[in-house]
Design a protein around this ligand. Structure first.
Ligand code: HEM
Length: 215
């Protein structure tokens, strides 16, 4: 009898360019959250020390936002097709109890992303557009004269609500990536094990074997 292979079979999930794009976006969101929180409440002001003080945190924050926006645009262009909603996503969502209980045998076969990942993707897309647009309204250094004080007040409120929601969505994203064992390596090494793909994204694996998209 032939000996079993020592290394598990792996399947490519992300190109190096897609991973670089992802991590630039991820790092900018973390820096954006820290610098934003430091400006948000006096009790968090100490966080501005990481950026050289309050004035520089205030100056750098919007620029990191610009990096996040363009970084996410890159991710959007790469991944929006794979995140389009289909009928089996409704079935997946209606079986959330099986999802949380790990009974994947009761779920429909999943493509590259499951309905939970797709919701995170679309929520993040909307939130980032809201954040950049409300952020531009309150970026007084360059755009002070373009809007009224009342518009700026409303933008501050919208910006804060969108930022807190984006941080919550980000926590869900990271939690899910850690919770489903074997997922993190998709974004670090670019590949997953065949077992992971078969268990969690069987439809995607089938498509891949029959020559589907590789990004
Ligand atoms: C900093 C912590 C983060 C970690 C540890 C992390 C981890 C991961 C992992 C492991 C994947 C692969 C999931 C899979 O292929 O099934 C992934 C995908 C992805 N991540 Fe992150 N991520 C982080 C932050 C972010 C941020 C801040 C954003 C956007 C603002 C983001 C956007 C995405 C997108 C768009 C995908 C592709 C999945 C999809 O389109 O549904 N990630 N992430």
């Amino acid at each position: 009898m032939a000996a079993p292979p020592k290394e598990p079979i792996t399947v490519s999930r992300y190109t190096a360019a897609a991973r670089l794009n992802h991590w630039i976006t991820a790092i900018s969101l973390v820096l954006l959250a820290i610098s934003g929180l430091s400006l948000f409440h006096p009790s968090l002001f100490f966080l501005s020390g990481l950026f050289g003080g309050g004035a520089s945190a205030r100056a750098i924050h919007p620029w990191i936002g610009v990096v996040l926006f363009f970084g996410f645009c890159g991710l959007f262009i790469r991944f929006f097709r794979a995140n389009l909603w289909d009928r089996t996503d409704n079935v997946w969502l209606s079986k959330l109890r099986d999802v949380l209980g790990g009974h994947e045998e009761n779920l429909p076969e999943v493509g590259k992303y499951n309905a939970g990942q797709k919701l995170v993707f679309w929520l993040m897309s909307i939130l980032i557009v809201v954040l950049i647009s409300s952020g531009l309204v309150i970026w007084d250094q360059y755009f002070y004269g373009y809007t009224t004080i009342d518009q700026k007040r409303l933008a501050v409120l919208i910006h804060a609500i969108a930022a807190v929601t984006a941080i919550c969505v980000w926590i869900v994203h990271v939690y899910a990536a850690i919770w489903v064992r074997g997922t993190i390596r998709a974004m670090t090494r670019g590949s997953v094990t065949g077992g992971w793909a078969w268990r969690h994204h069987r439809k995607w694996l089938r498509e891949l074997v029959s020559g589907g998209p590789k990004d």
